[in-house]
Design a protein around this ligand. Structure first.
Ligand SMILES: NC(=O)c1ccc[n+]([C@@H]2O[C@H](COP(=O)([O-])OP(=O)(O)OC[C@H]3O[C@@H](n4cnc5c(N)ncnc54)[C@H](O)[C@@H]3O)[C@@H](O)[C@H]2O)c1
Length: 255
């Protein structure tokens, strides 16, 4: 049991990476706040875990919601040891800077980058007071290397990688470790993009084939691959690891 008696928050825990991570954390002994904007999805993950999970409906881009999320961990489970900022969105289709609507730019930055800032902002005072804590954020391979047409998304994820490094140096003195994970293309794109691609015959398969061609390991990333990386960063196995961007991309960036 690598997370015995730990209390964790996982945002975006209703689907894919977040759901796998929440279940894995619980199987390793953690009690988990399922922080999710989609009621049905959040409830489903919480029900799959049972009494060691609590679903809290939140929007990560809201100050009040993220404050209530952290308070729920303290009130319901008695503290907060691990914050996994995982919720994120992408635009349904790629857009260059010239083609990006300002409303889309703001939505991406608000959820993917401000969402991390807000979660961390509310969680840090608790972690500082107990002189321990772990913060993990899901960035992306696109936060380190650019992806054509993904202007807002790349900017938001690059921001997460950079904010992570900055937090690591400010809060190491409180025994708080801060790391990001940079997954390659997951076997299912984020919900918005999946729904868009599924409207055209073969578009999802083409997306997957294009990614696989650039991955030396020769397959897409799975949510479980990322969940295992998150478990490593959440556990004492990574006690000397902070400020890093852990790339989980089958060797894509090494090419
Ligand atoms: N899918 C990929 O190919 C890929 C690759 C690299 C990184 N990522 C990143 O991984 C993370 C998880 O993505 P995923 O692939 O599991 O996507 P997903 O769309 O399957 O899951 C994201 C979850 O976050 C929730 N969510 C969305 N907006 C929210 C908000 N404002 N507040 C709270 N919850 C919200 C959704 O309801 C969903 O349950 C994201 O940060 C994404 O950018 C995904």
């Amino acid at each position: 049991m690598r997370l015995k008696d730990k209390v964790a928050i996982v945002t975006g825990a209703g689907s894919s990476i977040g759901q796998e991570s929440a279940i894995l954390f619980a199987n390793e002994g953690a009690r988990v706040i399922i922080a999710e904007i989609n009621d049905d999805a959040g409830q489903e993950t919480a029900e799959r875990i049972g009494k060691n999970a609590l679903f809290v409906r939140i929007d990560v881009s809201s100050w009040d919601d993220t404050q209530r999320m952290v308070k729920s961990a303290v009130d319901h489970f008695g503290g907060l040891d691990i914050l996994f900022n995982n919720a994120g969105i992408d635009l349904p289709y790629a857009t260059t800077v010239v083609d990006t609507e300002i409303s889309d730019w703001e939505r991406i930055i608000n959820i993917n980058l401000k969402g991390v800032f807000l979660g961390v902002h509310h969680a840090l005072p608790i972690m500082m007071a107990q002189n321990s804590g772990v913060i993990i954020s899901t960035a992306s391979r696109a936060g380190l290397g650019a992806t054509k047409g993904e202007a807002a998304y790349c900017a938001s994820k690059g921001g997460v990688v950079s904010l992570t490094r900055q937090l690591a140096i400010d809060y190491a003195q409180y025994n708080i470790r801060v790391n990001s994970i940079c997954p390659g293309g997951i076997d299912r794109p984020t919900i918005d993009r999946s729904e868009f691609l599924e409207q055209s015959v073969g578009a999802l398969e083409r997306r997957n084939e294009q990614i696989i061609q650039k991955v030396p390991i020769g397959r897409l990333c799975s949510p479980q691959d990322v969940a295992q990386a998150a478990l490593y960063l959440a556990s004492d196995a990574s006690a000397y690891v902070t400020g890093t961007a852990l790339v989980v991309d089958g060797g894509g960036l090494a090419l």
